[in-house]
Design a protein. Structure first.
Length: 149
């Protein structure tokens, strides 16, 4: 191979290496820019709280995008160790707390232990614990419920 051909071949190899490196850098930057942003976790309930007899205890929260409520709760107190939990929006909460039909996104029914894993969209919501059915006995709720968004 002549000197001119060697330098031409070396130049082509160098250009090829530079192009490969450029493609890899661009791919890495594109991949990084399309990765989802880190998720934020907010605690929605205390680790332990009381729901007085004949009452409800609620926690409101607002989502500015998509989110998920995840967690577990356990009731103790009274003969049934039971509580009802719901997640609903602002209008649903008004209807539900007044004993009317309401659109709910999660409803446990009367349970001792409940597990929540509910997806939600932008809006204001209420996570409510119902002890209105208990005339005499307060309930203690031990919970670990978070909002991931």
């Amino acid at each position: 191979m002549e000197t001119g051909e060697k330098s031409h071949t070396l130049r082509n190899v160098a250009i090829g290496v530079i192009v490969i490196i450029a493609v890899l850098v661009i791919y890495k930057n594109l991949r990084t820019s399309t990765d989802p942003s880190p998720q934020t976790t907010e605690i929605l309930t205390p680790e332990s709280f009381a729901v007085p007899a004949g009452q409800i205890q609620y926690f409101s929260f607002t989502l500015t995008g998509l989110g998920r409520v995840v967690g577990r709760f356990q009731a103790s107190g009274g003969s049934g160790n039971d509580i009802e939990a719901v997640i609903t929006n602002a209008d649903g909460f008004e209807n539900w707390k007044n004993g009317h039909e309401a659109r709910v996104f999660y409803q446990s029914g009367k349970v001792t232990v409940g597990n929540i894993n509910t997806s939600l969209v932008r809006g204001t919501y209420y996570l409510a614990f119902n002890n209105r059915f208990s005339v005499l006995t307060d309930k203690t709720i031990v919970s670990n419920i978070v909002l991931v968004h």
